[in-house]
Design a protein around this ligand. Structure first.
Ligand SMILES: [Zn+2]
Ligand SMILES: [Zn+2]
Length: 270
């Protein structure tokens, strides 16, 4: 099973689950027999199927305007891709679809309006190796390397006796799950617009970030105290309100399969 996309219907959750369960069974048997090469290959097949199916779920959730769910699924894809790329060759990574997912996850993330995250600072009591359960100390390590696969299992260092010391708000988090915005107050129009043109999650597209000028009259609904539409972060009254034309960020989408004629027309947000 080198290309999981061609054998499993990724829109069918039950089918994906049972394909994953079958692969896990096969991996367990290979591991028990000590066939490490086979067990490791099955680990790759499992991760590849997980990453493409999670990506499909994310895009379907964006289509259904479940932006926060999709955000977390895109984050999961990013993590799976990282471990898979470290443990497979280029050929497998590309042909399994993981390379596509890695490239498109960051493209979709760039269309989100999220910019603030909670980042907890933790103190860890101690770590253990997930393969041999060895307690890791500065001068006592086991032979396993974090992030590598051994007999079909990924080696991770598991944290114990965690204590949260402080929580800070950051713009570039290590993990992206803890968004602090209220989705109701945000503008998801880029995702909405792009989604209405995408028929298949594996459609290819490009986003070109530019700016566009609009006459000031078109911003009559923006108050002096509101954030400036140019997105400088300043108040309109102290930024562009005296200009004849206001330059606002604009995204041009280029779709490989062309624009969908029935899709919704682009919206001017003011
Ligand atoms: Zn170990
Ligand atoms: Zn401005």
């Amino acid at each position: 099973m080198s290309d999981s996309r061609s054998t499993v219907n990724l829109n069918n959750q039950t089918e994906v689950e049972s394909a994953l369960a079958a692969l896990c069974d096969e991996k367990r048997i290979a591991a028990e027999k000590g066939n490490e090469i086979r067990a490791n290959q099955l680990w790759r097949d499992i991760q590849a199927l997980k990453v493409v199916s999670t990506y499909v779920t994310a895009i379907n959730n964006i289509k259904q305007q479940k932006y926060r769910d999709a955000w977390c699924e895109l984050e999961q894809c990013e993590i799976i891709c990282k471990f898979l790329s470290e443990n497979s060759n280029k050929e497998f990574y590309n042909s399994s679809g993981a390379d596509f997912v890695e490239r498109y996850v960051s493209k979709w993330q760039s269309l989100y309006p999220y910019c603030m995250f909670i980042s907890p600072a933790m103190v860890v009591g101690y770590y253990t190796c997930s393969i041999c359960e060895h307690k890791i100390r500065p001068r006592s390590r086991c032979e396993h390397i974090k992030g590598r696969i051994y007999n079909g299992e990924l080696c991770t260092h598991q944290a114990h006796d965690l204590e949260i010391r402080e929580v800070s708000i950051v713009t570039k988090p290590v993990q992206k799950y803890s968004v602090i915005h209220d989705d109701e107050t945000l503008d998801f129009s880029l995702l909405k617009y792009l989604c209405s043109h995408i028929n298949n999650p594996f459609d290819e597209w490009e986003a070109h970030w530019t700016t566009k000028n609009f006459p000031k009259e078109r911003f009559h609904s923006v108050g002096e105290d509101h954030k400036c539409p140019c997105q400088s972060g300043n108040k309109f009254g102290q930024c562009c309100s005296s200009k004849a034309e206001i330059e606002i960020p604009h995204v041009d989408f280029e779709l490989k399969n062309g624009l969908n004629k029935n899709a919704e027309v682009e919206r001017f947000p003011y």
